[in-house]
Design a protein around this ligand. Structure first.
Ligand code: ME8
Length: 520
C-alpha cells in the first residue's frame, strides 16, 4: 500500500462581494478573473484552496435602487445576484462558494461577531450626526466633503453625493484600536499590499480614528442588531462578516474554520481598502479573532483613461467582450497588460495587439509550427532527443526556472510579472527555433531536428502547464495537443520531461489571429 498523501496546506482566498444593485461591469470581471487565476495557481501548486465570492445585498443603496425600480429589494437582490453568478460561469470563475449576505447562515455569523464586540465593551448607543454617502455606503466627516456651487455636497475623494444623517445608532469604539492597528501594520508589513496602499492607510490611522457608527434606524433592510431589532447593522459590518460565514463561523471548532481562518488573502479594489484594512481588523481584534494574513488592493480599470459611467456610454458588458475576443484572450489581456495593483486601461486596439503578438505569434505559432513538423516528420509521436547541446540545455534551464519565478510572483500577486517571465522564455524559444532551423535539419541532420523539436515541445509543455491559471481552456488544448493526460497537468509534473515516443493527436491552431469583422 502506498503511504497516505501528506495533508495539503489550506489556502483561503476571497474577492469582495459586489452590490447587486445593477449588472456587473468589467471592473467586477477583472477582480474575479484575477482572483480566479490566483486560486487556480495555488490549486495546481498543491494547495487545498477555498475560494469565495458573492453578493452584498443589504443596505440603503440596495433599498433605494429597488424603490426607484418599483420592485421588492429581495427581488432586486435575487435577480442581480443571479446575473453575477451567470457571469462567473461564463468567465470560468472557479469559486467554491458563492455567498449571498441574505443566506441564513450569514445572519447568524453577523449576530455572533456583534455579540462578541458587545462583550468586549466596544459597542455603545449614541446619536450619529454627520454625512453619509449612499453610493459608497460610507460615513464622511465634514472635512472629507466638498460643498459644490449648486449647493450639493460630495465626498471629496469619491465625488459621490453625501446626505446629512442624524439618528440613534450604536457605535463601535474604533478610536481604541489606533495603536493596535498601527502595531499590526508595523509587525506585519505584508498585511496591506501594494506598499503605496499600506502607506496611505498608515498615514490615515496615524491621524487618529473616530468611533464608527455601526447600526441604522431609519430603514430596515439589513441584519437586525441582537437584542435591539429597531436597529439594523451597518451594511459594512454585515458585508465584512461574510468572510467568516464562509468558513463556518460562529462554529469556531468546525473543521472549515480551524483549517481556513484566518483568511490567507482578501482581494479588493482600491475604493474599499479602508474598510478592509482598518475597520475589519479592528472588528476582529475586538471579537478575539485572528486577522487575515493579507489584503491585496487592485487598481481600477478605465476605458481608454476614462472612468466607466452610464452617462459617458462607455460601460462595457464583460459578456460582450468575451463574445468578441474569447474568454482566454480577455483573461490574458487583463492580467498581462495591467500591472496588478495599479490602475489600468483597456481598449480594442490594446486587446487585439496582445492577442496577435503574444498569443497568436509567440505562443500559438510556436506550438503549431513545432507540432506540425512532428506530425509530418516524426510519425506523430514525441521525438526522441539525441545528446543535448549547450543551446538546448540553456533554453530548458530557462523554462525550468519559470516555476520558482512564477511562484514568487504569484505569492506577491505580481501576476503581470509572472506572465512577462513566461513570455520572455517564449521569445527565447522562438529565437532558438529560428536559429536551429529544424526545417533545414530535416534534410541535413534528422536526428538533430528530432532533438530541437523535442526541446521545443518540452518548453511548450512547461508553458502550457504554467498558463493554466490564466487561460484554462487554451492551456488545456495545448496540453491535449502534447498528449498530456489530465493527471499530468499540475505543477508537480513540471519536474518531469515530456516522454519520447508518446503519441500526439493531429495539430490544430489554438490562438487564431484576431481579424477585424468586415464593416459594411
Ligand atoms: O464595494 N475597476 O461592492 P461593489 C476595478 N459591496 N475594480 C472595480 C471597479 C473598476 N472600475 N469598480 C469597482 C462593494 N471595482 C462592496 C464590497 S466586500 C466585504 C464589500 C471593485 O460592487 C471594487 O473595488 O461596489 C470592489 O472590490 C468590487 O469591484 C465590488 O464593488
Amino acid at each position: 500500500t502506498s503511504p497516505a498523501p501528506a495533508p495539503r496546506t489550506p489556502f483561503y482566498l476571497t474577492t469582495a462581494i459586489a452590490y447587486p444593485n445593477g449588472a456587473p461591469h468589467i471592473g467586477h470581471a477583472y477582480e474575479y478573473i484575477s482572483s480566479d487565476a490566483l486560486a487556480r495557481f495555488k490549486r495546481l501548486d498543491g494547495f487545498d484552496v477555498f475560494f469565495m465570492t458573492g453578493t452584498d445585498e443589504h443596505g440603503l443603496k440596495m433599498q433605494q435602487t429597488a424603490a426607484k425600480e418599483g420592485i421588492d429589494v429581495r427581488e432586486l437582490a435575487a435577480r442581480n445576484s443571479d446575473v453575477f453568478q451567470a457571469m462567473d460561469k461564463v468567465l470560468g470563475i472557479s469559486y467554491d462558494r458563492f455567498i449571498r449576505t441574505t443566506d441564513t447562515d450569514h445572519e447568524l455569523a453577523c449576530q455572533a461577531i456583534w455579540e462578541r464586540m458587545v462583550a468586549a465593551g466596544d459597542i455603545y448607543l449614541d446619536t450619529y450626526a454627520g454625512w453619509y454617502s449612499v453610493r459608497d455606503e460610507a460615513y464622511y466627516t465634514e472635512s472629507e466633503t466638498t460643498l459644490l456651487e449648486d449647493g450639493n455636497r460630495i465626498s471629496t475623494d469619491t465625488k459621490t453625493e453625501v446626505e446629512w444623517t442624524e439618528e440613534s445608532t450604536y457605535f463601535f469604539r474604533l478610536s481604541a484600536y489606533q495603536d493596535k492597528l498601527l502595531a499590526l501594520y508595523e509587525s506585519h508589513p505584508e498585511f496591506i499590499a501594494p506598499s503605496t496602499r499600506r502607506n496611505e492607510i498608515v498615514s490615515f490611522v496615524s491621524g487618529g480614528l473616530k468611533d464608527l457608527s455601526v447600526s441604522r434606524t431609519t430603514f430596515d433592510w439589513g441584519v437586525p442588531v441582537p437584542g435591539d431589532p429597531s436597529h439594523v447593522m451597518y451594511v459594512w459590518v454585515d458585508a465584512l462578516a461574510n468572510y467568516l460565514t464562509g468558513v463556518g463561523y460562529p462554529n469556531t471548532d468546525s473543521e472549515a474554520f480551524t483549517r481556513n481562518w484566518p483568511a490567507d488573502l482578501h482581494i479588493i479594489g482600491k475604493d474599499i481598502s479602508r474598510f478592509h484594512t482598518v475597520y475589519w481588523p479592528a472588528f476582529l481584534m475586538s471579537a478575539g479573532l485572528e486577522i487575515p494574513k493579507r489584503v491585496f488592493v487592485h487598481g481600477f480599470l478605465y476605458n481608454k483613461g476614462e472612468k466607466m459611467s452610464k452617462s459617458l456610454g462607455n460601460v462595457v458588458d464583460p459578456l460582450e467582450m468575451v463574445e468578441q475576443y474569447g474568454l482566454d484572450a480577455l483573461r490574458f489581456f487583463l492580467l498581462r497588460e495591467i500591472s496588478y495593483g495599479q490602475d489600468g486601461n483597456y481598449s480594442h486596439e490594446a486587446i487585439v495587439t496582445r492577442m496577435n503578438a503574444d498569443l497568436s505569434n509567440e505562443l500559438g505559432n510556436l506550438a503549431q509550427r513545432s507540432l506540425t513538423m512532428v506530425a509530418k516528420n516524426c510519425d506523430a509521436v514525441v521525438p526522441t532527443p539525441g545528446e543535448l547541446t549547450d543551446d538546448d540545455r540553456a533554453l530548458l534551464a530557462q523554462a525550468d526556472a519559470l516555476l520558482e519565478k512564477c511562484r514568487a510572483e504569484f505569492d506577491v500577486q505580481a501576476l503581470h510579472h509572472a506572465l512577462e517571465a513566461i513570455w520572455h522564455v517564449l521569445g527565447e524559444t522562438n529565437r532558438y527555433f529560428s536559429q536551429q532551423e529544424p526545417w533545414v535539419l530535416r534534410k541535413t541532420d534528422p536526428a538533430r531536428m528530432a532533438t530541437v523539436l523535442y526541446v521545443t515541445l518540452e518548453v511548450v509543455r512547461i508553458v502550457g502547464i504554467l498558463v493554466q491559471p490564466v487561460m484554462p481552456d487554451s492551456a488545456s488544448k495545448i496540453l491535449d495537443l502534447l498528449g498530456q493526460s489530465e493527471g499530468a497537468r499540475d505543477f508537480a509534473h513540471l519536474g518531469e520531461r515530456i516522454v519520447a515516443g508518446s503519441p500526439l493527436p493531429a495539430p490544430s491552431p489554438v490562438f487564431p489571429r484576431y481579424v477585424e469583422p468586415e464593416t459594411a
